[in-house]
Design a protein around this ligand. Structure first.
Ligand SMILES: [Zn+2]
Length: 431
């Protein structure tokens, strides 16, 4: 099922809509956002300079740091009375990235998420088990409302509690699973303990997976483990949340909702737009958002675009599954973690030094983050009660600030290997 006519419209029609909306969003940010006004003035650009879609290349990029620098609401272009939802994600310096939505923006978000669900013909008869985390992250609620609008029964299970999740999926007869791919595999691994016929206990037919870069092998493993159709959803809170793009039943890339989000691929080093089909960093411009319109956002995600016709009938451009990040960000069970964020937490914890090492590994199908930290030399290493207190504080701070369940190991001063050059702070054993 295709939800909107525009999804299968001709290129000319799509581009007409895009250009009209691009002009609107450029005017919006120019007249309503002091941040963009300044940037445009520096480049000597006004909204009148946008006459074609190619003219987007004249516009400045927006980076994650710009959102942080304008914390919390500095980039909003509507009064707070029009904002109906606020989400946020953690940031490297302790200040999170904040995003806001008007009622109109929520309609846009729901529309693109409904389009995703329609890829798998999700309908009122379906029971959607949503194991994305609910809260400030856009994952949980992003999948929530659209399912409800379709008329499906949504089960807001949120993350964690593997056994309880499986029980609910069995007892409620979930037909659709929404989760990170690694969690879906972990669920399957646990479900296998019910016996070789475990799949008979479940009614799952399809799943919507995302929030982590995945290999083809992993996607196939998830589909095989549950014997379900695998749909990949891509998104980021700065643009809207999940729903920027979604794979169709042909399984050859993710259709970008390009009437709402205009994609470009650039060379991450030079910022130049790359020729069609080349791999590079995905840049997105929101064409229809009101509260937080974003011009040419550098996602940091590496992918390529494909405009060849898709057998599903949709004409929206497809992006490949994201290969990885342009920077050094770690993704641990779908949560973004910058090493500098961990360092920030350590720096704010009493009794430990900044000599540390992060070890990321797989435990079954889930990621496991271990943090080795040297205790401060002033702490007696045989003071077990004191050490236990520091460890707990650190684990709690990592959970509160970065939303990660880290395993903390306090080690003796000078026990972590020193390197002569750049400190080896991260050991990623998953690679
Ligand atoms: Zn398709």
């Amino acid at each position: 099922m295709i939800y909107n006519k525009i999804e299968s419209a001709g290129r000319e029609e799509i581009e007409k809509v895009q250009l009209k909306r691009l002009k609107e969003v450029v005017s919006r940010v120019y007249y309503l956002s002091p941040f963009y006004k300044k940037k445009f003035d520096e480049l000597n650009i006004t909204p009148d300079d946008i006459k074609s879609l190619e003219d987007i290349q004249k516009l400045p990029f927006t980076k994650k740091q710009d959102l942080r620098d304008n914390y919390p609401f500095g980039l909003f272009t509507v009064p707070m009375s029009e904002v109906v939802r606020i989400h946020s994600s953690s940031g490297t310096t302790g200040k999170p990235t904040v995003v806001g939505y008007t009622a109109h923006d929520m309609d846009v978000w729901n529309e693109v998420m409904i389009r995703c669900y329609y890829m798998a013909d999700v309908a009122s008869k379906d029971i959607v088990h949503n194991a994305y985390g609910y809260g400030l992250f856009t994952g949980g609620l992003g999948f929530h409302e659209a399912a409800q609008k379709i008329g499906a029964a949504i089960v807001p299970a949120s993350g964690g509690f593997t056994q309880r999740q499986l029980m609910l999926m069995r007892d409620f007869g979930a037909t659709i699973l929404c989760a990170t791919p690694s969690f879906a595999l972990h669920l399957a691994e646990e479900a296998k303990k019910e016996g070789p016929e475990f799949r008979k206990n479940y009614k799952l037919r399809a799943g919507f997976f995302g929030a982590e870069p995945t290999s083809k092998g992993l996607r196939e493993e998830v589909a095989k483990a549950w014997r379900i159709d695998y749909y990949e959803v891509y998104g980021l809170s700065e643009i809207i949340g999940p729903g920027v793009s979604c794979s169709c039943n042909m399984g050859e890339g993710l259709h970008i909702n390009e009437d709402h989000f205009y994609p470009e691929i650039i060379d991450p080093k030079t910022g130049e737009v790359l020729p069609e089909g080349e791999e590079g960093e995905l840049v997105l411009t929101t064409l229809t958002k009101h509260a937080l319109p974003i011009i040419r956002y550098r996602t940091g995600d590496i992918t390529r675009l494909d405009r060849t016709p898709c057998a599903c009938g949709r004409t929206f451009v497809r992006m490949e599954s994201v290969r990885g990040r342009a920077d050094d960000m770690l993704i641990v069970n779908g949560v973004n973690v910058f090493p500098s964020q961990v360092e920030h937490v350590i720096a704010n914890t009493e009794g430990v030094s900044l000599n540390y090492q992060i070890v990321v590994d797989k435990k079954g199908y889930l990621d496991k983050l271990e943090l080795m930290v040297e205790v401060d030399e002033r702490i007696m290493f045989d003071d077990v009660a004191k050490l236990e207190k520091i460890k707990k504080e650190l684990q709690q701070a990592l959970l509160n600030n970065l939303y990660i369940n880290a395993i903390v190991h306090l080690v003796e001063p000078k026990s972590i290997e020193r390197s002569m050059g750049k400190a080896k702070r991260i050991v990623d054993k998953r690679k």
